[in-house]
Ligand binder design. Structure first.
Ligand code: FMN
Ligand code: SF4
Ligand code: SF4
Length: 262
């Protein structure tokens, strides 16, 4: 069973491509997380958790949810991370999670995908033509990962070093505390009041008031609201007015027409 959370489409793409090759189902965890639904998931095949990397870890709301979620049947669990190039300690935390859940850690795979975080000056989006290059490269890595999962082989990649762990563990909570404010979000007059941003927020941090979104304070900066607004009506301060908004499906339709843009 392939479980995934994806805010802007990168992880969903990789999860679905793996699922096709291992002949298994995907479960989008978004609504389960929103509803805090902890009903058991049973699988005869190994579990594969697919997640974006947020500040060098699996998003904490996802890790917290997965830790409590009963996964029964096959005891083996793989982790698949998509990132903008550095997955930090996500893998080490995946291993820890497997142990806490009494499951067998089968390794992790990492896919470097386009960056999706337009609200940061420090980690800006890539030039748009680089996005398709990254997607193509990641796509070519899927069969190898899927083959390992299909054959029940442990995926062996570089281990996260002790040095990385001691620098990275404290970084996440500090960054999140000071950088993940939802206050600068607003909607422009383009907003049509469709409520998609409300439906896509994993933390239920957005409500509609007079058909316009209002953001509360509990935000993971996942970018699902900003990226998926059908009329691009969501901005974050001034910074997003000066850049494009990344969403996977603007860059890829299928392998035969990868540069198709909507
Ligand atoms: C809040 C936030 C933090 C991120 N932190 C990292 C990071 O530490 N390292 C990295 O390489 N990419 C980072 N990224 C980029 C995403 O991991 C990457 O674009 C991912 O593929 C997005 O997946 P999704 O489209 O499924 O949401 C971050 C993105 C966000 C929104
Ligand atoms: S998704 Fe966009 S158009 Fe729809 S309510 Fe939210 S801001 Fe408005
Ligand atoms: S409000 Fe924050 S947590 Fe919710 S979708 Fe937007 S960026 Fe993600």
């Amino acid at each position: 069973m392939i479980l995934y959370f994806s805010a802007t489409g990168n992880t969903k793409f990789i999860a679905e491509e793996i699922a096709k090759r291992v002949d298994d189902e995907t479960v989008d965890l978004l609504n389960r997380i929103k509803e805090q639904d902890y009903s058991e998931i049973y699988s005869e095949k190994p579990f594969v958790v697919c997640s974006p990397v947020h500040v060098c870890e699996m998003p904490r709301f996802l890790a917290k949810y997965l830790l409590k979620l009963p996964l029964t049947g096959n005891p083996n669990i793989y982790f698949v991370f998509t990132s903008g190039g550095y997955a930090g300690v996500a893998a080490a935390l995946g291993r820890k999670m497997a142990k806490k859940k009494g499951m067998v850690y089968m390794g992790r795979a990492e896919f470097t995908m386009p960056r999706n975080y337009p609200v940061s000056r420090r980690y800006p989006l890539l030039p748009e033509d680089k996005n398709i290059e990254r997607i193509r490269k990641a796509y070519s890595h899927v069969p190898e990962v899927a083959e390992n999962i299909k054959n029940g082989v442990r995926i062996k990649v570089r281990r996260v070093t002790y040095f990385e762990k001691i620098i990275t563990y404290p970084f996440n909570p500090i960054w999140v505390k000071y950088m993940h404010s939802a206050k600068p979000f607003y909607s422009t007059d383009r907003c049509i009041g469709c409520g998609k941003c409300v439906r896509l927020c994993p933390l239920n941090n957005i409500r509609l008031e007079d058909r316009r979104p209002k953001w509360e304070e509990s935000c993971a900066h996942c970018m699902a609201c900003l990226a998926n607004c059908p009329v691009e009506a969501i901005e974050y301060g001034k910074i997003t007015t000066k850049t494009y908004k990344y969403r996977f499906d603007k860059y890829w339709k299928d392998e035969k027409s990868p540069e198709c843009r909507n």
